[in-house]
Each structure stands twice: as C-alpha cells, then as structure tokens.
Design a binder for this molecule. Structure first.
Ligand code: G1P
Length: 302
C-alpha cells in the first residue's frame, strides 16, 4: 500500500465573513493569538507524517506565500540582537516543503482539490480545510493522523465527522451512516451537502479532514456543479462511494471552527488560556469579567 505523503490545503475562499479584515489579508492569515490559522494546519500535517503540502490559493493570498518564505532582513535583525527564541519562530515556518497553485476561477471546493491533481499524481493524499482546527493545545491526537492510521488499516478513502446540533446540519456535509464497522468507523449510504435540518440523514457532520485514494480525481472531473452552483467535494465523495467504499471516522477530540466570528474568538480564548505568554493574565481577566457580567445580568433581571 502506498503511504499518504501529500496534503492539499484549499485556501481560495474570499473570507467575506471577516470583512473588512479580509479585504487585503488572506483569511488563512488571521491569527489565533500569535499564529496564523494556516500554520496550525501545516503543523497538524507534519505531526501526521505529511511530507509535501500544496496550498490552492486565489487572489489576495500573497501573505500566505510570504509567511512560509524566508525573510532574510528580519532574520538578520533578530540574529544581531540575539533574539534567539523569536528567530526560531520565524525560521520554523520556512523549514517546510510547501507549494502553491493558483485557482484562477474559483468554482468550489471540489474544483480546488482537482486543481492539485498533477501535484498529487497516483497516490493517496489528504485534504485539510483551513477553517477547521483540532487539538490546538496538543492534548490529544491530530485528526489527520487518526485518518491516516485508519486508511492504513482499510486502504479506503475516509473522512472525519463529528456530532453537531441538529439545527446546524445546513452548515455542513452530512453523512447517512449505515453500519458502525468498528467503534467510531462508519459505512455510509450517502453523503449530502448542507441539508436542511428537516432532511438531514443524521447529526454526523463532515469536519474538514479527508484521506482520498487518487480515484477521487476521475470522479471530480465529471462532477457537475451542485449546491450554490459550485463543484462540491461532498457530491464527488457520494459518487466515489458507489464504486469504492468511503468510510467516516468519528472524531472525539477538540475541534474549533475559525470560519465564523464567534468560533474564531472562542479558539483565541482556548489557545490563549494555554499560551505561556497570555494564560495567567487571560485567566484572571475572564474570571473578573465573569463576575462583572453576572452582576450586570442580575441587575437587568431586577
Ligand atoms: C465545507 C464542505 C462541507 C464541510 C465543511 C466543514 O463547507 O463543503 O461539506 O462540512 O467544509 O467545515 P464550507 O464550510 O467551506 O462551506
């Protein structure tokens, strides 16, 4: 069996939910405390044994390329001032095999994945979506590693799911599980992109991590635009599942959705509560704020 060595990170979205911040800045560069979201994804890939990463980007994404490039002026400056810790942080981001492909006419997530076909070739690979973070404080397993381990056992395409509140199904691809073949690993009857809660076949939502066999590319070539008139990865997965099993692996660890304002704030707080430079002050601040807000709520009720 071929090893999973390569990852695709689609990053061509416009980031409209974060305007005006994302007018000139790539949304993947929005920081969680001091680290751009895309750097968490790259770190997860490397912790999972991925060797080569391709980012499929679009307009206004130069900041991502610059982030993973060297910055000799900054490095020389830090070196001359003996700021070794900072220098290490800067150098860490360049010591990565990362490549960039431009998706000139964004036609959806499925199309972004297809754009990277020549880079992947005839190998299994992972897809990692930039808004979805997991295990940010390193207390558990990186989700991508769990998926690759599962792939090594089954040789089949496998994606990650998690239970979400039923009213949220319209935000996700949702699976219709048929049998739990072993704890947390499901056979799936069909995959549906963003169903209305009334039509959702389950509460198990796709959470932005996938391992694919290369056959997904042939399917994507023939996938017609679906929901939102975009080429949906979920539709291609549904088709692939008819000729080749696609499993769903349920993730039980911590997951954060940084693609919306509240989720982004929440992730910052959770990460900030573990960050050596912010954790003590932030903890005290949240405690004081809690007391203040409780008093305000009490006063309102009177
Ligand atoms: C994409 C996928 C969807 C998946 C979601 C996870 O949607 O199309 O199936 O559940 O990512 O975050 P998006 O959030 O890009 O609209």
């Amino acid at each position: 069996m071929k090893q999973v060595r390569k990852a695709i990170i689609p990053a061509a979205g416009l980031g409209t939910r974060f305007l005006p911040a994302t007018k000139a800045l790539a949304k993947e560069m929005l920081p969680i405390v001091d680290k751009p979201t895309i750097q968490f994804i790259v770190e997860e890939a490397r912790q999972s044994g991925i060797e080569d990463i391709v980012v499929v980007d679009g307009k206004n994404k130069r900041s991502i390329e610059d982030h993973f490039d060297s910055n000799p002026e900054l490095e020389d400056n830090l070196r001359s001032k003996h700021k070794d810790e900072m220098l290490k942080l800067v150098e860490e981001t360049t010591d990565i095999n990362i490549y960039f492909i431009r998706q000139s006419h964004p036609r959806g997530l499925g199309d972004a994945v297809l754009t990277a076909r020549a880079f992947i070739g005839d190998e299994p690979f992972v897809v990692m979506l930039g808004d979805d973070l997991n295990n940010i404080n390193g207390n558990g397993n990186p989700l991508t590693k769990e998926l690759i381990t599962s792939y090594q056992e089954t040789g089949a395409s496998t994606l990650a799911v998690m239970r979400v509140p039923h009213e949220d199904t319209a935000k996700y691809g949702v699976i219709n599980p048929s049998a739990e073949v072993k704890p947390g690993l499901y056979n799936v009857t069909n995959f549906v992109e963003k169903p209305d809660p009334k039509d959702a076949p389950s509460d198990l939502a796709i959470i932005g991590r996938y391992v694919f066999t290369p056959e997904i590319f042939d399917v994507l070539e023939n996938t017609k635009p679906g929901k939102g008139n975009e080429i949906q990865l979920t539709d291609a997965i549904n088709t692939l599942n008819k000729t080749q099993r696609v499993f769903a692996h349920e993730y039980k660890g911590d997951r954060y959705d940084t693609g919306n304002k509240f989720g982004w704030l929440e992730t910052n707080i959770e990460y900030g509560l573990n960050h050596p430079q912010t954790k003590d002050e932030l903890r005290e601040y949240i405690k004081t704020l809690g007391v203040k807000l409780a008093a305000e709520d009490k006063a309102k009720k009177k």
